[in-house]
Design a protein around this ligand. Sequence first.
Ligand code: UDX
Length: 447
Amino acid sequence: MSLKITVIGTGYLGATHAAAMAELGFEVLGLDVVPEKIALLERGETPMYEPGLQELLRRHVAGIEGSTGRLRFTVDWAEAGAFGDVHFVCVNTPQKHGEYACDMSYVDSAIASLAPHLHGPALVVGKSTVPVGSADRLAAYLAEHAPAGPDAELAWNPEFLREGFAVQDTLHPDRIVVGVRSECAEKLLREVYAGPVGEGTPFVVTDFPTAELVKTAANSFLATKISFINAMAEVCEAGGGDVAKLAEAIGYDDRIGRKFLRAGIGFGGGCLPKDIRAFMARAGELGADQALTFLREIDSINMRRRGAMVEMAREALGGGSFLGKRVAVLGATFKPDSDDVRDSPALNVAGQIHLQGGQVTVYDPKGMDNARKVFPTLGYADSALSAVRGADIVLHLTEWQEFRELDPAALGEAATARVILDGRNTLDPELWRRAGWTYRAMGRPTA
Ligand code: UDX
């Protein structure tokens, strides 16, 4: 008989994981404590923009015409507890307000709500990004509070999906990492992931702390690569040099690799910034803070790039105040193919210029609703062309494909002055210059 799976938490991670599990052929029950989210998912709609997710949901959500009916949703913990052989915990671990540490309250409360309903053998699998040591603590809690006692086991299985590629990354991951304490737990997880593993995805079996650390280490490494190239951009700006060429040239060395070496206004989103901070906070608690002091520098290089973009804009406008200047901002989300504006460098730069008196108009292909909620006082336009109309300067701050395909000549007709600053190093400088624009990018010489 095929395994039954519950997925607790239906945000980015949970909604994608639940749909992917149904795609792999399992009966799945998704649980969330927010009834509105459940109602949306039951109609096959997503709470966020994520390419391919809506289609996947519609293929499996029960009650939708033509679906497999393998995916259902609930708000009832008892139903979830009774349903699953395997319970994936996919809730958020945001940064604590005013602190570096991560807020474990959603994970803790998910485990506390589920435990009393585990009457028979069950495997509870944490997927959230947590401080090392959490799984140990949660396993002890489960053993004490689940009626099934030691038959309710814990495992840790970090998730590495990227926003914008969530479906692809979940169905075809680079690797699967599981922290387990028994052969039985390993066997169950091998069964769950038989599909991707059969296609050649490596399956790494380890202990709890290593499984927890793999995720934070991977995100710290990615953040370090981005801040490294942004530090090189600072040096290129000071000493002359082209950071894009530099990245290309060092990236040809296989040991370095070309990915995650794109200089610009830096990283944002719901993961990298808070994960490196939570990692530092946890290392501090463990007395190993010295090991991660470099991450403080990674964080500050990253935050500095946002300020550098503001200063680049000020200088391009002739220096002095932004008062009375019309600034078009292309991009609001922290990355393309997502509507996520959490800790978005683009919105941060737009906000800084607005607060300094600039008349800012933002356009983003998918992030407008979320941006308006976070920053209602900014100006918004419904296309790149209308954002640019009358602008004294254009800032390209999120690397959407749509912006790469813009016609610089048409935009030039609409703008007051043809000045564009590329905060993501993804536009074609020659294309813009040929259409009469002054094109400048971070870490690159002015032509
Ligand atoms: C990240 C990890 O990549 C993923 O494995 C983990 O599960 C969650 O955190 P995500 O937050 O979706 O995923 O974003 P990612 O694609 O890593 O990009 C993060 C930020 O870095 C974005 O703001 C992006 O614009 C920026 N970035 C990326 C750069 O500035 N330069 C680069 O070269 C690459």
